[in-house]
Design a protein around this ligand. Structure first.
Ligand code: NDP
Length: 234
């Protein structure tokens, strides 16, 4: 079974590990990228998810080359950390427009083909801080918490059409996004993680692949933590 899979932000970090996980099992994988040279081995489509027209063009290209998207992983995301006092409206709206509204744009466009096919798998990448909160990340945490309400609403709206919507909430993962943290910040985080380490991107990818597999056919509206125990109880 070779499905048409789209991973937004699949050019690096967690998204690239997810794209590789699907390609390894024979799926046709498309990834988005915004600039530079995308990695080889995938259908790379240039797309900024804050721009509806670019999202439309990306889907057209994918549909032409791989067919309608059957598995969508909405992974692309940004941070613009700042304490509330210093957080500008642009810091807030940019993060929301990418992480939450950007996800809305790609999910809405994927839904067209999934409704027609009467099946589909959608996995949204949230974060442990969406439910835990995080000082200095009010914009990011709000966007990631928003994904939960978004996914659960769609799970109810489209469950009868055989489309599942699930959320993966990673803890701290070794990628460019967390490279900006100082050694002291890293030590502080690791001290709170029961498993005592950061996640590898592949550990997030394995859960995403499971949620898109036949083994997860009765799972929808779930929020699956992959956080080494950091968010336990939430
Ligand atoms: P990276 O910063 O390494 O990668 C972010 C990815 O998102 C890049 O591919 C980037 O593309 C893409 N992206 C950002 N903005 C846009 C946009 N407007 N349009 C299209 N693509 C965009 O982050 P990670 O791999 O660490 O994170 C991936 C996801 O996992 C994010 O949603 C993040 O919030 C989430 N996450 C990460 C955690 C971590 O500890 N790393 C923890 C919990 C959640 P480009 O190369 O063009 O910039």
């Amino acid at each position: 079974m070779s499905r048409s899979v789209l991973v937004t932000g699949g050019n690096r970090g967690i998204g690239l590990a997810i794209a590789r996980a699907f390609a390894d099992t024979g799926d046709k994988v498309a990834i988005t990228y915004r600039s530079g040279e995308p990695p080889e081995g995938f259908l790379a489509v240039k797309c900024d998810i804050t721009d509806t027209e670019q999202v439309e063009q990306a889907y057209k290209e994918i549909e032409e080359k791989h067919g309608p998207v059957e598995v969508l992983v909405a992974n692309a995301g940004v941070t613009k950390d700042q304490l509330l006092m210093r957080m500008s409206e642009d810091d807030f709206t940019t993060v929301l427009d990418t992480n939450l509204t950007g996800t809305f744009r790609v999910v809405k466009r994927a839904n067209r083909g999934m409704l027609r096919a009467k099946k589909g798998r959608v996995v949204l990448i949230s974060s442990v801080v969406g439910l835990l909160g995080s000082a200095g990340q009010a914009n990011y945490a709000a966007s990631k918490a928003g994904l939960v309400g978004f996914a659960r609403s769609l799970a109810r709206e489209l469950g009868s059409r055989n489309i599942t919507f699930n959320v993966v909430a990673p803890g701290f993962v070794d990628t460019d996004m967390t490279k900006v943290l100082t050694d002291d910040q890293r030590k502080g985080i690791v001290a709170q993680v029961p498993l005592g380490r950061y996640a590898k991107p592949e550990e997030i990818a394995a859960t995403v692949r499971f949620l898109a597999s036949d083994d997860a056919s009765y799972i929808t509206g779930a929020v699956i933590p992959v956080d080494g125990g950091l968010g336990m109880g939430h």
